[in-house]
Design a protein around this ligand. Structure first.
Ligand code: PMT
Length: 224
């Protein structure tokens, strides 16, 4: 898989968590190291693709050769993705964007002497659903589903509700899979109904298998 089989394709990849501020020192966030998304970006680059990596805050080094777009909030991730999609062929959303944000962000550090802060939350925008609604012909949209129970059925539901071409179902309750670790175990479901259960392996190998699946799906659609 070291061949340059992705030359001519522009991949937009999201990675890491997003952060929703409560006040200048406190925030809401999700678990994600960014490793899965950065592995996808690195493997796509090594196979000749152009890559825009829209990343929340992580401790990882930028991926050489990728256009790095650093963001903090889910709203900013949406804008970064929308901008990059103007000229992209594939979106792979490996990020764990925060689903909720405080309606009100306090301008100063909330003090204990102020009493308990009242945290009223609202939903953040759904990046995948928004982008898939306005997609151009020929754009392939791939999501992840991080689940802790009934992973396959929740994953299938997300494939439908978000209008995706493929979903990578990630049962994050399994040891050696999901957040932080260098390995992962996923099930790839495409809208054509193909289900591919991959073994536990390095995130770089998982990334390669996902990229090959995306290429195969695009070729089968081309040939329709
Ligand atoms: O970063 P690592 O430590 O390597 O961990 C990898 C991972 C577990 C984060 C990754 O493999 C993974 O599963 N990413 C998806 C995390 C997630 O937010 O899943 P979800 O089931 O809540 O969301 C479903 C899909 O919608 C995801 O593709 C997500 O990026 C996207 N989403 C979520 C919220 C939102 N507001 N907009 C979105 O587009």
């Amino acid at each position: 898989e070291e061949q340059q089989d992705l030359v001519g394709l522009h991949f937009v990849i999201t990675a890491g968590p997003t952060v929703e501020d409560i006040d200048p020192v406190r925030f809401l966030t999700n678990r994600s190291s960014g490793k899965m998304g950065y592995a996808l970006a690195a493997q796509a680059i090594s196979r000749g693709a152009k890559v825009t990596l829209v990343s929340g805050p992580t401790h990882l080094h930028p991926v050489p050769g990728a256009k790095m777009v650093h963001i903090r909030s889910t709203e900013e991730m949406l804008r970064g993705v929308q901008e990059a999609m103007a000229d992209a062929d594939v979106l792979i959303a490996a990020a764990a964007p925060a689903d909720y944000r405080p309606v009100q962000v306090y301008g100063h550090k909330w003090k204990k002497s102020d009493g308990l802060p009242e945290l009223v939350l609202e939903e953040t925008p759904d990046i995948l659903a928004t982008v898939s609604r306005s997609r151009r012909e020929g754009q392939t949209i791939v999501g992840f589903a991080a689940e802790t129970r009934d992973a396959l059925s929740f994953g299938r539901r997300k494939l439908e509700s978000k209008g995706l071409d493929m979903i990578i179902v990630n049962d994050v309750s399994q040891p050696g899979a999901g957040f932080d670790v260098d390995t992962n175990q996923v099930v790839v479901i495409s809208r054509t109904g193909d289900v591919d259960t991959l073994p536990m392996m390095a995130k770089s190998s998982v990334a390669d298998r996902i990229l090959t699946r995306v290429k195969t799906l695009r070729n089968s659609v081309d040939g329709e």
